[in-house]
Write a protein that binds this ligand. Structure first.
Ligand code: GDP
Ligand code: MG
Length: 175
């Protein structure tokens, strides 16, 4: 099948924040409760129609710990060719929010061009009320860098289609 645009979306973030689950929700509209850690990197594709054009998203899943063990993942060309990085954290785990800065550094140290960045706070189904501080924290961490912030739930599907659609739209507009 042919397409008009192909974009590489690379998903990074700490272990257990729901990276694999977000992809599963988006691609298969399904959710799995198990904690089977992702090994290595793998990608899935999905086509989105944006203003009459077929946009193919190639969505790369990664294992969170890898980045800290060594930089093998970042030396692979897939990171260099990423059109957008999705940095995922768990809205219920402050530790994962605090790691955003390290992931941002990895991106800046390993990518020649300035790729787009979207920050995803996942597991919104577990949050009872809005926490304005989260957005402030992210602003501090990203120090003036342009980014978009979205809250999702891979479990109930909140904002998942919207997230990938917005990414496809933004990348198409910028291409
Ligand atoms: P990864 O290590 O970042 O790929 O995380 P996984 O996708 O493997 O998910 C880790 C755990 O969190 C699993 O037990 C998932 O079922 C659970 N999980 C993932 N997304 C959500 C979510 O949106 N809400 C809730 N409640 N649990 C989630
Ligand atoms: Mg995973």
């Amino acid at each position: 099948m042919s397409f008009d645009h192909l974009f590489k979306v690379v998903i990074i973030g700490s272990a257990n924040v729901g990276k694999t689950s977000l992809i599963k929700r988006y691609i298969d509209d399904d959710f799995i409760f198990s904690k089977k850690t992702t090994i290595g990197i793998d990608f899935k594709t999905k086509d989105v129609e944006i203003e009459g054009k077929i946009v193919r998203l190639q969505i790369w899943d990664t294992a969170g710990q890898e980045i800290y063990r060594n930089s093998i993942s970042f030396s692979s060309s897939i990171y260099k060719n990423a059109d957008i990085f999705m940095i995922v954290f768990d809205l219920t785990e402050e530790k994962s929010l605090n790691k955003i800065g390290s992931y941002l550094n990895e991106i800046e140290n390993n990518c020649r061009t300035n790729p787009l960045i979207v920050i995803v706070g996942n597991k919104s189904d577990l949050i009872e009320k809005e926490n304005g501080n989260v957005e402030e924290r992210i602003n501090e961490i990203l120090k003036g860098r342009e980014f978009k912030f979205v809250k999702t739930s891979a479990k109930d599907g909140t904002n998942v289609n919207e997230l990938f659609y917005e990414i496809a739209k933004k990348l198409t507009e910028e291409s």
